[in-house]
Design a protein around this ligand. Structure first.
Ligand code: FE2
Length: 279
């Protein structure tokens, strides 16, 4: 799958951009399914706002329940102060997660296959375990900013193995909120850990290291069909989308079953829906 130059770049920079990884037919099926899930969503059934600026906006119980379901989370700016939707439903959803890859036929197909398994092997994941899938909408005009973070904060393993697979289902541009990364930043420490007390049902972000977030970064504008893979320690962010175009992306978070998965990670799987691989 990857040549020696790409593998060297992966170790050096902590990310790889793979244009054309997904063919147009798969992109169309995934986008259509994403919009159908939103259309079928009944807001009165209960939804939570999602904000990375204030994670307390996510009701803890709702987030924890989404580990083994397919659940919609509202865009922070989609609701007024009284909690009423003031944009059309089709533009109100921030993301859908977190078990699409195990429960939805379209995303089961999208999330598995020999190409993904071969890529994971090239990246050094001996026994890939896919913990989470997310559809991230980055809606026109109100798509929220995602501040600097490291995905390893949410999926701690010993040793660190979590790897993010970020699929552009639509073109991601400077205007609609593409990824920004710090090349080589994965050589730095893990700054924060998102710790879950499962007995109490509570979550908190714990500071681990005072290393400042990057002062400089590079944008990764990519065409639909591109797969961006990045290391769990790579600092990354994305800007708000104030443009008229959405920036739909689909992500998978994958660890190595050869590592120890932390009991404090919010996302746990039981025997009813065990964690699976990529093939
Ligand atoms: Fe992230």
């Amino acid at each position: 799958m990857l040549d020696a130059q790409q593998i060297a770049a992966w170790h050096d920079t902590g990310f790889l951009v793979l244009p054309g990884f997904k063919p147009p037919a798969e992109l169309a099926a995934a986008s259509a399914r994403a919009h159908a899930l939103v259309e079928a969503f009944e807001p009165s059934a209960g939804a939570s706002r999602f904000s990375t600026r204030d994670r307390s906006l996510v009701a803890d119980a709702a987030l924890l329940a989404s580990a083994t379901t397919v659940r919609c989370f509202f865009e922070e700016e989609a609701l007024d102060e009284a909690g009423r939707m003031h944009v059309p439903k089709s533009q109100s959803i921030n993301k859908i997660g977190h078990a699409l890859h195990d429960l939805d036929e379209v995303f089961i197909a999208f999330s598995h296959g020999p190409e993904l398994a071969a890529l994971a092997a090239d990246l050094g994941l001996q026994a890939p375990q896919v913990w989470q899938s997310q559809l991230i909408f980055k809606q026109p005009h109100i798509g929220g900013e995602v501040g600097w973070h490291q995905d390893a904060s949410f999926f701690v393993t010993t040793p660190q193995t979590v790897t993010t697979f970020w699929f552009a289902l639509e073109d991601a541009t400077l205007d609609n909120g593409c990824l920004w990364v710090e090349p080589g930043g994965h050589h730095g420490p893990l700054r924060e850990q998102y710790v879950c007390d499962h007995a109490a049902g509570t979550l908190q972000m714990r500071a681990l290291d005072a290393t400042p977030w990057p002062a400089t970064a590079v944008p990764l504008p990519v065409a639909a069909g591109t797969l961006v893979v990045f290391h769990g320690l790579l600092p990354h962010r994305s800007a708000a989308n104030r443009s008229a175009r959405s920036r739909l992306a689909y992500t998978l978070h994958v660890t190595d079953g050869a590592a120890t998965y932390a009991a404090e990670n919010w996302l746990q799987r039981g025997a009813d829906l065990p964690v699976g691989g990529l093939d």
